[in-house]
Design a binder for this molecule. Sequence first.
Ligand SMILES: Nc1ncnc2c1ncn2[C@@H]1O[C@H](COP(=O)(O)OP(=O)(O)O)[C@@H](O)[C@H]1O
Ligand SMILES: [Mg+2]
Length: 236
Amino acid sequence: MLLEASNISIAYGDIQAVREVSFQVEKGELVSIIGANGAGKTSILNSIMGLVPLKRGTILFKGDNITNRPAYKRAGAGIRIVPERARLFPRLTVMENLLTGAYRLRKKIPLEDRIAWLYTLFPILEKRKSQPAATLSGGEQQQLAIARALISDPQLLLVDEVSMGLMPKLVDQVFEQLHRLNQENGLSILLVEQNALASLEISRRAYVLETGVCVYEGNAEEMLSDPKLKQAYLGQ
Ligand SMILES: Nc1ncnc2c1ncn2[C@@H]1O[C@H](COP(=O)(O)OP(=O)(O)O)[C@@H](O)[C@H]1O
Ligand SMILES: [Mg+2]
């Protein structure tokens, strides 16, 4: 198992954001955690990255207990996050933003090769490489945030609500890119999303989160084809 979270709870003072949630990601899997605004999705991803502490529970990465490890060590172990709303440096150029992801490289991959590969995945970034990130459209910013995370060749990519604020056509495009990274490059991905349908279409498995509690877990294809499940959890 690549990632194994067991009974994790997260709190901000008296606010209990996540209660006793367990989930796993196998190597090569694309898994989604879907839930409405405030369900606890960002808290969960941040806790995996080491950006918020757990109140209870454990997180194993490749069998190592990383529950109390600082974020930089998790990055060094191969975990990367595409944060909610991309969080780029608006005044830095596209290329400069990309390079901010190139710390703690796991392997000695020549950076030029890595960047060339990213430009084949996201050709628009090459066209825009000298522009400030602030001048990119929402979809382009999300692509840059994904590319910035990929530059270090991560083993697990955490993706926080990449569809937020994008037009449906762009949502499909970005999800298709994630799908291809998973299928063709074998990248393990944990997505958290409000857009349940789009994320289930590219996921193998999914967890449904409601106000900090996991209320369902299952095969994504089954969820999409079962009208009762769709009605209960996907608002369809
Ligand atoms: N820094 C914080 N301080 C206090 N409460 C927070 C903080 N971050 C999130 N919360 C609360 O925790 C709950 C889960 O939030 P979040 O993880 O952001 O959910 P989601 O990403 O699913 O929208 C919400 O009730 C939210 O208001
Ligand atoms: Mg969120």
